[in-house]
Design a protein around this ligand. Structure first.
Ligand code: 5GP
Ligand code: ZN
Length: 115
């Protein structure tokens, strides 16, 4: 499984940087975002290092499907019952800061809609 020793999320997968885990299996890890934008904000990542969404190929179809399928299951487990938002930032213009593919999944009442 590919791994980048300089990548923050690879270090989280390896347990070298602590995280608040929400889910883990052979292929995926989900953990709570350190700067949440919503009451529930998790990041779903593949354990293997894939830098961006743009680097996904057909060989990753099953993995990509697993990421997509985990989001609603996880929100249900975390008590989110009124919908959620999924976001994947890709590349500089997409606002990507961490270059290890991740899906933001955000649920709960959204503070940015209030006021
Ligand atoms: P991006 O802009 O790349 O889509 O989002 C990266 C996300 O990773 C940000 O929301 C940021 O808060 C989160 N993040 C960055 N470093 C860490 C970390 O060390 N631990 C956790 N839990 N989240 C992180
Ligand atoms: Zn990585």
């Amino acid at each position: 499984m590919s791994h980048d020793p300089n990548c923050i999320f690879c270090k989280i997968v390896a347990g070298q940087i602590p995280s608040k885990k929400a889910y883990e299996d052979e292929h995926l890890l989900a953990f709570h975002d350190i700067h949440p934008w919503a009451p529930v904000h998790v990041l779903i990542i593949p354990k293997q290092h894939i830098a961006t969404h743009a680097e996904l190929g057909t060989e990753h179809a099953e993995l990509a499907g697993r990421m997509l399928l985990l989001a609603p299951r996880l929100m249900k487990e975390l008590g989110v019952g009124n919908g959620f938002r999924t976001v994947i930032n890709t590349g500089p213009d997409g606002g990507q800061e961490v270059y290890h593919l991740h899906m933001h999944v955000m649920g709960g009442p959204r503070p940015w809609l209030k006021g």
